[in-house]
Design a protein around this ligand. Sequence first.
Ligand SMILES: Cc1ncc(COP(=O)(O)O)c(C=O)c1O
Length: 374
Amino acid sequence: MKNIPLCKPAIDEEEIAAAVEVLKSGWIAHGQKNHEFENQFSRFLAVNHAVSMNSCTSALYLAIKALNIKGEIIVPSFTFVASVNAIILAGAKPVFADIEENTRNISPERIVEAVTDSTEAIMVVHYAGLPADMPAIIRIAKKYHLRIIEDSAECLGGSYNGVKAGSYDTGCFSFFPTKNITTGEGGILTTNEEQIAARVRIMCAHGIDSTTYRREKEKQPWLRIASQYGYNFRMSNLLAAIGVEQMKKIDKLNAQRQELADRYLANLSHIPSVQPQFVPEDFVNSWQMFTILVPHHFRDELLVYLRSRGVGASVHFDPPVHEQKLYQNIKQGSTLEVTRKVSKSIITLPIFPGLTLGETDYVCELIDQFKGLG
Ligand SMILES: Cc1ncc(COP(=O)(O)O)c(C=O)c1O
């Protein structure tokens, strides 16, 4: 039987050599590789600043803190709990808005319905690699004077009209092993505003405004003066070194995902009851996941069928956040009808750079043969 995992990190000799070099260097904690990684990342996104850290969840949390948002933040319920947790833990108030069925991204119309006098920001989640409808969302943000926090955990390299997701306002990325690049665990915050980047760097490192690495180059490196209460959310030099090697390959890795997605799209196009994610004109999907909608009464059966044949199909996300007990009292700014429907019908199929076209064909053949879908 085949064994096709949902995803697999693309770690090669370059990442291993880079990690060994850092281990041998003796400077394992936050250091020079972080600066290199951040410079590479900000060049790739065409933003002024990137701050590497331990996770996207930390980046989301610090974005809210650095922007000093305490009021309502509109966010999709169709997301990973981390988006909502960050809002709550940072002391702001999440308000759920519905998504569009075809893109699975937050709906601009539903955002407008959710806006109140207390709204301060929109947390856009670029789902599965596809940027949300940014032109419409920017118009809304301008009209109502809202900040945009981009949860771009699932979207590194996705763009609209050449502008990359995560570069519009405050961007937050994840380097968890399922993402477009990985450092094992890790994240980065991007911004064009120097003041926001500076605040985030300080909060990330104990509230001290010079890093150990920089201090070593100063006159009195033994002075560690905190200007505020801070956290330790830093990424290590070791992980940043892996990130540097991954970023060198990002275009190649995403091109491989595109080739696999194209194969899925071609193979599945003749099954009308299977709906892949729709990519509107001028949008580039970085295909962090490949998701399909199927009739909801077949969904679980199809999952079990695929998994029993060695295909690591999964679901992102069911239940949606608002259906989880912990989050049941969170305000719903719009109907969540589409979220409910999509979450019960969605399946994530394997996609990662090491997957072969033959394996993609195998997954599609299985779907083709599944009795309910013909
Ligand atoms: C939409 C979304 N937001 C946030 C996160 C959290 O990222 P991290 O694990 O780096 O904190 C994830 C990761 O799974 C995600 O998919």
